[in-house]
Design a binder for this molecule. Structure first.
Ligand code: DGY
Length: 323
């Protein structure tokens, strides 16, 4: 049997690439350069599979990829899949749930700590030699222990965050989700509340919903105005879940105290995005899952899923809508 041909559109560790080469003919993007639509179309035209992160898989791509059978995301999120366009053509789409849950949860706690205790700002302050006067009360932050956390979107990562927040920091945790998680409520002593109530009462509001048409701009001006002026918004889901213009206004005008952000409406973020100059916005470059070990495991999971599917075996990693 002729080996299937694949396009490696994002870097994978060397051993993962070797594994892919054993079963597939591989073409690879030249990672010294940013990807372009023309380049993607050129590479995708005669391949059976693609392994990548965040590449929009829609009609524009699929019309130019007559051989394509499998797309493998090195991510748990799959909002890059145009599910209808893929379904119409019988294209299989996979993702990598599970392996990154703890790593992303750790980063979320980091965003909470960094925003509330102003760590990036105080790091700059200390390093710049500004630590000179006896009264440092203008540097005070907000306590995390004993404060309230409201999680909107209680999937696997939400649960891990709830566990850390409740057991590690003694936070008062409530959550909103499409379906209730009674076992988690009972085990951790957390409370289900309507989204509006979460926004009104929480010291920290964490967004962890997948991006869908229903969750696009789930939090805009109205929702931000419901939040306490002392509260922080943490987003590690997808940038489009928040109306970024409204968030910038909220941070500039003090409707809320601050934000901890891993994700943005446009990624990479534009250098002139006001979020980058706002002291009360802690910004990291979509690195929730980015530890060496976890990214390695994600690449392995995505590569194995791709090879399995190309050789006619159900990988068990298909996204629910395309399985
Ligand atoms: C994912 O895998 O979808 C996450 O956004 C990684 O941080």
């Amino acid at each position: 049997m002729e080996k299937p041909k694949i396009f490696i559109a994002n870097p994978v560790p060397e051993d993962v690439e070797e594994f892919l080469k054993e079963s597939c003919e591989c073409v690879k993007w030249d990672f010294r350069y940013p990807k372009t639509l023309e380049g993607i179309l050129e590479n995708i035209r005669d391949v059976d599979g693609v392994i990548q992160v965040g590449m929009k898989i829609d009609d524009r791509i699929l019309d130019n990829a007559p051989r394509l059978k499998v797309v493998s995301n090195i991510s748990v999120g799959y909002n890059n899949y145009d599910l209808d366009a893929m379904k119409r053509r019988g294209i299989i789409g996979t993702n990598t749930p599970g392996v990154l849950d703890n790593t992303v949860s750790d980063l979320i706690l980091g965003l909470i700590l960094n925003s509330a205790r102003r760590i990036p700002e105080l790091n700059r302050f200390t390093k710049s030699g500004s630590w000179v006067k006896a009264d440092n009360s203008d540097l005070f932050g907000k306590d995390i222990h004993g404060s309230s956390l409201g999680i909107i979107g209680m999937g696997r990562i939400g649960e891990k965050v709830a566990r850390r927040a409740k057991l590690g920091f003694g936070m008062d945790v409530s959550y909103y989700n499409r379906s209730r998680k009674l076992e988690v409520e009972e085990e951790l002593g957390i409370v289900y509340r309507p989204m509006e109530e979460i926004l009104k009462i929480s010291d920290f509001v964490l967004l962890m919903t997948p991006l869908t048409p229903e969750t696009t701009h789930l939090v805009g001006e109205k929702e931000l105005k419901l939040m306490k002026a002392s509260a922080f918004l943490i987003n590690a889901s997808r940038g489009q879940v928040v109306d970024e213009k409204a968030l910038i206004k909220a941070l500039e005008e003090g409707w809320i105290a601050g934000a901890g952000l891993d994700v943005y409406e446009k990624e990479p973020i534009d250098a002139d995005n006001p979020l980058l100059r706002l002291q009360n916005a802690v910004t990291v470059p979509h690195i929730g899952s980015a530890t060496t070990k976890t990214r390695d495991e994600m690449a392995w999971a995505a590569a194995k899923a791709l090879v399995d599917e190309l050789y006619g075996k159900n990988s068990g990693m298909r996204v629910p809508e395309l399985s």
